[in-house]
Design a protein around this ligand. Structure first.
Ligand code: HEM
Length: 465
């Protein structure tokens, strides 16, 4: 026992000495490391990371390092440095996310480095704007079916409503109808397990399973679900031609090791984790602003005219006739963008006359970047009109908009995300007269991974038109 204590003490001492004095980088940025070696400011930082970053930027300037639980996180807050963040050959995406991927999806290091690049290329290729347009009709049918289950009228938490409709519809669209939670019972179970997995993702990405029992058990449940889904995807012979294959079936042909279900789980998480809460925010922003709602409704009604409100058909062309609704979606994404994105510094990197040492995790916060008044005047205001300046026909966003990241690892699902949110908003508002019963909630806790969830469920009343 004494020997173990001594060894542990020496290890902690060595790590602390390395963090405190190690590395010959006198030009490193200001470092916030607290007074507890290794642990650093993990406690203060972990309570509300985004608030911490904003205060640190005011105190230490545009580039600073935070030491937390043995990690050095170097934040870059000026837009002029984002190009370096996304394009420099001295930073690496895979090395930044390998450990979190191992913790959250139990994928081995070897497998991850072997399959990840091809995985990224595959998803990017399957979800180009052209390919996404081919998924529109099926997604529209699914949305109609699941929206109809809400009944003719009622009241419900908007968050819960969005999940009940979008989870099964999107899963059917991307993983195959046979892989969408079928009965109300399996749906409830899926929602419960996925919510635990998603909410604990930030801690789960940092800590071993033994510290997070309930979260780890939800992860196991989801992995076994994905295992079954993979078998069904392999058995499905109706879609032997490549044009009919689902995204999951494409993944099945690519990953040849035992971690296939684990990649499936990551893909499923990536496709739901940001898109579903942002759908909530988009609908809530529209409903809470009468002028925005009226303008959106005028466009939706003009595009869909006398269509049946039970089986409404929204095509890609009709979506194009509702640019204002798309601006609302983009504005919701801007205001509720992910907390942070990351790269690993692999060679000394110069930013603002500082040298960032290799090994640091380089961080950019889209959430704060979108609150820079130089790029987004009146940044806290929900102003869809600002998107008039973007060239959306050419798929060009506004300057300074980084919600989907950038460079080689930019979100490969962004065109799908925009299409599904646009379609969902148009359909629910056309089919139902929806009223927000609560004030617009605040984001619950400003965390780093992914999109901020609402603080309260936010009730809506709805009546079929
Ligand atoms: C509004 C919704 C979404 C937002 C805000 C969002 C945002 C992001 C961001 C910031 C990244 C990291 C990019 C980087 O580090 O440069 C990312 C990665 C990723 N996203 Fe999205 N995303 C959304 C929806 C989706 C959807 C719907 C899918 C799939 C259908 C998807 C699939 C992925 C995947 C697979 C990655 C990892 C890419 C890789 O490993 O290289 N995302 N997303």
């Amino acid at each position: 026992m004494d020997v173990i204590t001594l060894v542990l003490f020496l290890v902690v001492l060595a790590i602390s000495a390395h963090l405190l004095f190690g590395g010959n980088y006198p030009n490193a940025p200001p470092c916030i490391k607290g007074w507890i070696p290794w642990f650093g400011v993990a406690f203060e930082f972990g309570k509300s990371p985004l608030t911490f970053i904003s205060q640190a930027r005011d105190k230490y300037g545009p580039v600073f390092t935070v030491v937390a639980a043995g990690k050095r996180l170097t934040f870059v807050t000026l837009h002029e440095d984002f190009r370096t963040f996304f394009m420099s050959k001295d930073v690496d995406f895979e090395q930044a996310v390998q450990e979190p991927v191992h913790n959250t999806a139990s994928i081995s290091k070897e497998s991850f480095y072997k399959f990840h690049p091809a995985c990224n290329t595959l998803i990017k290729g399957r979800l180009t704007p052209g390919n996404v347009a081919q998924l529109t009709d099926h997604l529209c049918e699914e949305f109609n079916d699941h929206l109809e289950t809400l009944g003719d009228q009622g009241s419900r938490g908007l968050n819960e409503l969005v999940r009940a409709v979008m989870y099964p519809a999107v899963m059917s669209n991307l993983l195959g109808k046979y892989n969408s939670p079928g009965s109300p019972f399996t749906m409830e179970q899926f929602k419960e397990k996925f919510a635990i997995y998603d909410e604990g993702f930030e801690y789960g990405s940092q800590l071993p399973d033994m510290f997070l029992r309930e979260w780890a058990s939800s992860k196991c449940w989801l992995l076994s679900l994905l295992g079954n889904m993979v078998v069904k995807a392999e058995d499905d012979e109706t879609s032997s031609e490549s044009g009919n294959r689902t995204l999951l079936q494409h993944l099945v042909t690519l990953i040849t090791d035992k971690f296939l279900p684990n990649y499936g789980l990551l893909m499923l998480w990536a496709s739901l984790a940001n898109a579903i809460p942002i759908t909530f925010w988009a609908v809530a922003f529209i409903l809470s602003n009468p002028t925005v709602y009226q303008t959106a409704m005028e466009q939706i009604n003009a595009a869909l005219k006398d269509q049946d409100t039970r089986k409404t058909k929204v095509t890609a062309e009709e979506l194009q006739q509702m640019p204002y609704v798309k601006w609302c979606i983009l504005e919701a994404i801007r205001l509720r963008a992910p907390g942070a994105i990351t790269r690993r510094v692999v060679r000394p990197l110069m930013i603002q006359n500082y040298i960032i040492p290799p090994g640091d995790l380089l961080m950019v916060s889209p959430y704060w970047a979108h609150r820079n008044p130089h790029y987004f005047p009146e940044p806290e205001e929900f102003k869809p009109e600002r998107w008039d300046k973007a060239d959306l026909v050419k798929n060009v966003f506004l300057e300074g908009f980084v919600a989907f990241g950038g460079g080689r690892n930019q979100c490969p699902g962004r065109w799908y995300a925009l299409m599904e949110l646009h379609m969902f908003a148009a359909l629910i508002l056309f089919k139902y007269d929806v009223t927000l019963m609560d004030p617009l909630p605040k984001p619950s806790n400003l965390h780093l991974v992914g999109t901020q969830q609402p603080e309260t469920p936010c009730t809506v009343q709805y009546r079929h038109r």
